[in-house]
Design a protein around this ligand. Structure first.
Ligand code: MN
Ligand code: MN
Length: 249
């Protein structure tokens, strides 16, 4: 069940009403990477696992995402209602709120209505959690873009909280996969892979064909060159491999 408390999960304060920014904020209300998509995704996925702990986590995060949806709604309301009544009426009239009225609507920043195809769920909790990590990355990228365009400190602070929570969720999904030994292992279900499971098909012509990183190196991967020797080109000799150095904090 759900219990409603009429106060947001985190403080919402809009210092400067800006209807043009509110239109961008619709991305987090009715957009593909928005809070409605996240809430319905995790809620639906929770019924795909019999692990009660993971089910609880997915339903709890889904409920938090509804709390985020409420925060986004309150901010869009403040950015539009106060603008329409104030000095920014001209800007208000340039947005889709002039036709739809102030406050949030179930559409993205371009006015495209929300689509159930934004809900990424497929019946296997491993498959779902993998999609969730990507979904949180999409939400984080959208929030970063919004933070850069935020017109006031109050909006920026609320956005920073919302973005931070998406980082926390991604870490929880990673921990859940790790608990199932599935964080590093993409195989799940009944698949018996064939003998190409550790083969890197090298289909690159030219000197770039020699580039190596952990994703295409021994001992994890064996190279199978499918480009004829004559077309592979020269230039980058053996030993001049590009090394991958992930930046970690
Ligand atoms: Mn969220
Ligand atoms: Mn999230």
């Amino acid at each position: 069940m759900f219990i409603h408390r009429p106060d947001p999960i985190h403080q919402v304060r809009v210092d400067t009403p800006d209807p043009v920014f509110a239109e961008k904020r619709l991305e987090q209300f009715g957009g593909a990477t928005g809070e409605l998509s996240a809430a319905l995704t995790y809620f639906t996925q929770s019924f795909h696992t019999e692990d009660q702990g993971i089910r609880d986590m997915l339903q709890n995060i889904a409920t938090e995402e509804f709390g985020h949806l409420e925060m986004v709604a309150l901010m869009i309301e403040q950015h539009t209602k106060r603008a329409r009544q104030g000095a920014q009426e001209k800007a208000f009239n340039s947005t889709l709120f002039a036709m739809r009225g102030y406050g949030p609507h179930v559409m993205d920043s371009r006015g495209t209505t929300w689509d159930a195809r934004y809900v990424n769920e497929g019946g296997s909790v491993v498959r779902d959690l993998r999609a969730d990590i990507a979904a949180e990355a999409g939400a984080l990228a959208t929030y970063e873009a919004l933070i850069h365009q935020a017109p006031d400190d109050g909006s920026r602070e609320a956005l920073r909280h919302l973005a931070t929570r998406e980082v926390a969720h991604a870490r929880m999904f990673m921990k859940a996969l790790e608990a199932m030994n599935k964080l590093d292992d993409p195989i799940f279900g009944d698949l018996k892979p064939d003998d190409t499971v550790d083969v890197y098909f090298n289909l690159t012509a030219g000197p770039e064909a020699e580039r190596r990183g952990p994703w295409n190196s021994e001992p994890d991967f064996h190279i199978r060159d499918l480009v004829p020797q004559a077309q592979r080109g020269g230039g980058m000799g053996a030993g001049q491999h590009v090394r991958h150095s992930p930046s970690r904090k």
